[in-house]
Design a protein around this ligand. Structure first.
Ligand code: SF4
Ligand code: SF4
Length: 396
């Protein structure tokens, strides 16, 4: 068990079951934490990110037309010694998890050494991969990860149209190998206008094959995905259908954890959910520069892996974590956001929506209310926003 002091008390990391628990000061004290100086002088933000996304490489052979990092077969990456240094510094800062991705991290011949170094300094390494090249031997090596998620945005033709190659069967075969090796394995499903129709069939397939998680990610207009984004983003009626569909899947497949990423929050909030429902789904809004941060393949720290705001080196997340002016801008946006965020009942959970989307529509400036939020759309059009309520089962 690891315990990390915070303004509100502490975050406790448990191994079995693997969980991060946010506890108040009284419970933190009961758990043995002495009185903390930050309890008398709260900083207003976490003492470190809980998770840092490390983009280990810009290399990938797949050539997906909507790649967020413009990956190519000869893309950049840092030497392992440099990555080891990032991991050691982040661990010393108190980070719990690192999400290893790319590009295709499995193309690095030192990926497992990097994961081992993360473990040796007390970090839990998780991996995202396309599954290309997975073998039974590699799957067994993946036992060192806390969780492996395969990129799978639908089945058959849907995947082919989304990623430009016939990869669904490859990803599902990789999932079978990983599950057989005892690796906790799920999928990352990028939800777009073209893929959302496969949500139920894909979740059923993951459940049938023993996968443990379906994480739904809103498409972001970043990298090559920006080129066709206006034609790929969810239609309003599709966005409105998402929450009830996710809840139905939770009921139908209790062995599969359904997760919804931070960027979906403004779309979910349009249906007027009880904030407790969002908490039950593990939903948090834009937590860039607080709960989350990232490091690019070139070694640049960023508040979010979808924003190329280049805060400096990894030291921005360690030595400058408390006072970096750009990080402060990220953390405080929701406190000064204009209408309709200013009077929105979900402001504290949503935090103004996805800044990657805002940046796309506001000529590179991320600090605007999410332009696809239905409340923001109504405000822009000068009409009142009407919640489109949905009925959820009482226990959700
Ligand atoms: S109005 Fe702003 S805070 Fe409210 S849901 Fe929309 S983007 Fe989020
Ligand atoms: S900008 Fe914020 S909401 Fe969007 S992906 Fe990054 S952390 Fe999530």
């Amino acid at each position: 068990m690891k315990i990390r002091p915070e303004d509100f008390g502490a975050i406790v990391a448990t191994d079995d079951p693997p969980a991060l628990l946010f506890v108040d000061r009284a419970l933190a004290t009961e758990l043995g934490l002495p009185h903390q100086e930050r309890w008398d002088n709260p900083r207003g933000h976490l003492s470190a990110p809980t998770e840092v996304h490390l983009l280990l490489t810009r290399r990938c052979d797949a050539g997906c037309p909507r790649c967020y990092v413009n990956a190519t077969p000869d893309g950049a990456q840092q030497p392992r010694e440099e990555v080891f240094a990032w991991l050691s510094a982040l661990a010393a800062q108190g980070v719990f998890h690192v999400a290893l991705g790319g590009g295709e991290s499995m193309l690095r011949d030192d990926l497992f050494a990097i994961a081992d170094h993360a473990r040796s300094v007390g970090l839990v390494p998780n991996l995202t991969t396309s599954g290309l090249g997975m073998t039974a031997e590699l799957a067994a090596e993946c036992r060192r990860f806390g969780q492996v998620n395969l990129s799978l945005d639908g089945l058959g033709e849907t995947y082919r149209n989304s990623r430009g190659y016939d990869g669904a069967a490859i990803a599902l075969h990789a999932l079978d190998l990983l599950v057989a090796a005892g690796v906790p394995t799920g999928i990352n499903f990028v939800v777009s206008r073209h893929t959302i129709g496969d949500l139920e069939a894909t979740t059923a397939e993951i459940a049938r094959r023993g996968g443990n998680e379906v994480e739904l990610l809103r498409l972001k207009p970043t990298g090559r995905a920006g080129v066709s984004y206006p034609h790929d983003r969810l239609l309003p009626e599709q966005a409105a259908s998402l929450l009830p569909r996710v809840v139905a899947l939770i009921e139908q497949y209790p062995t599969v954890k359904m997760k919804v990423d931070c960027s979906f929050v403004p779309l979910l909030c349009a249906t007027g959910p009880n904030p407790d429902t969002l908490a039950a789904l593990g939903v948090v809004g834009c937590e860039a520069g607080n709960v989350l941060a990232a490091v690019s393949p070139e070694g640049a720290a960023t508040a979010c892996s979808f924003i190329n705001d280049r805060l400096g080196s990894v030291a921005a997340l360690t030595e400058r974590w408390d006072d970096h002016p750009v990080l402060e801008r990220w953390r405080s946006f929701h406190t000064t956001a204009p209408e309709p965020c200013a009077s929105c009942p979900y402001r504290l959970v949503c935090k103004g929506g996805c800044k990657a989307v805002s940046k796309f529509y506001h000529h590179g400036d991320p600090f605007h209310p999410d332009p696809e939020c239905p409340r923001v759309v109504a405000h822009r059009e000068g009409r009142p926003f009407v919640t489109n309520p949905i009925t959820l089962p009482a226990h959700v």
